[in-house]
Design a protein around this ligand. Sequence first.
Ligand code: SF4
Length: 261
Amino acid sequence: MGPSAPSSGNRRLFIAVRRGVPLGLAALLLIFSLLEPVSTRSFQGWMVLGAALLFGEAWPTFKRGRTYLKARPAIVRWDGGWVYALRPLFRRLGLEEAWILGFCDWNNLKVAEAFRERKARKALVLLPHCIQMARCKADVVTDLSTCYACGLCAVGDLLPLRLQQGWDVRLSNRSHKAYRDARAFGPDLIVAVSCSDRLLKGIVKLPEVPCYVIPLALPHGMCVDTSFSVPDLMTAMAGLVEPRTAPDGGRVLPLRQEGIA
Ligand code: SF4
């Protein structure tokens, strides 16, 4: 079973721009260089050089698998530069979210390809604090097991998964704390859930760690009672991460209680 298929529409938008623009410009330069009259071919060399540089700009988008992973820090920084540089334009076009999610989807495709053969052995699941119900008092950021698994938010769904599958899960209320925890843990893969803006920042700020991302749904606005697809998370973990048996063999299940903490 592979991770959930990224949304191909957004991904196509991203790659059409990221790969299509330099390749299109390179092709134009080559055509102009061929059309330039022989008697006045003073710019031909420059145009061929420009085309070569533009091919070089698009080349990293073709890397796959382990080759991609090795070059990933530089690729992610460069791709992130494209996202930030063109973000104002896509905002004006009303496509800012699609543009950022396209980058995330493209990133997911590359990460999924890279881990198809050799799965991650030390994965870390990073979740935002706002998936917990705002009125719940359980201190799940400090200790996930303080959740009563009342069934009112996704945190309760994660408890049995963490116990049965042996997942390493962190909930965080600050991005910089999440980055610090992730660096301290030293994972070979991060599976992160967050809003599109934080996912973009996270991928670019931690380029050294491959990161598969799942966007949050924001039915009540930013940072309040958010939700995400737990099945998508399970599918991603099953496809990307080496199965691990929990120390207790997954027999211990959290107590389900009525109400919330
Ligand atoms: S006690 Fe209920 S509302 Fe609170 S974190 Fe757990 S599942 Fe969510």
